[in-house]
Design a protein. Sequence first.
Length: 289
Amino acid sequence: MNDYIVRATAADNAIRAFAITARDLTEQARSFHQTAPVVTAALGRLLCAGAMMGTMMKGADDLMTLQVIGDGPMKGITVTADAAGHVKGYPNVSLVELPPNAMGKLDVGSAVGNGILRVIRDMGLKEPYVGTTQLQTGEIAEDLTYYFASSEQVPSSVGLGVLVDKDCSVRQAGGFIIQLMPFTGDEVIARLEQNIQHLKSVTDMLEQGYTPEQMLEDLLDGLEVTVTDRIPAAFQCNCSKERITKALLSISKKDIQSMIDDNEPIEVKCQFCNTAYQFQVDELQNLLT
């Protein structure tokens, strides 16, 4: 298993924990969208979070969408995940060049800017559940920590990291989400806070060869971790010509007619994976009828 998610519990089920290693799927997203390093970092962080949050859902058909909408040059990112470790995503703007931040790191916060984080859970009910919070830093992990606490009332700690190599490819990507149950005792909380204070960054751990299991062992040291699941993670887009055809059917007849009048085939690209679908003039005629 190259990319995978670990689910675990600790401290007699008072803590639930998730960790992921996701270099391959983040590199796949980078190559689909040809992203600049700071965009690769932002997109990779949200893909890691989305994949882990997807596995929090119960139903096989449940879908979760994370949207970061900001006033920075990147404009925003959209990521969709299912409960089986499949995730896909795209940035609104792929090429953003910014100087490093004060710590010499990729300045994801400035690329994202001020704005909102939206979490949409579609569980097959009449209406999807939508939670919206203000972005705190634009660095993604802190924004999700704030979202869990304020929108879902679940005290959480989120760590996410993407390391981009000199050739712009993805060298490391991964992260963790730790959540406290309502009955968590003070001693457990104090121990967890102490562990988090001494924790290395996600990318440092991955560079040292840590697996998701080892990340959780460090995070939950002294709190008796039990791994309950290992789930393969992958960038998976379910686009098809049929789905793109359905999308075309949602635009006005006038617009389809004007495409026909141009008498040229059209090309429609999937936002998530950039796969191009060709439609000949006669196919457009069929759509109209």
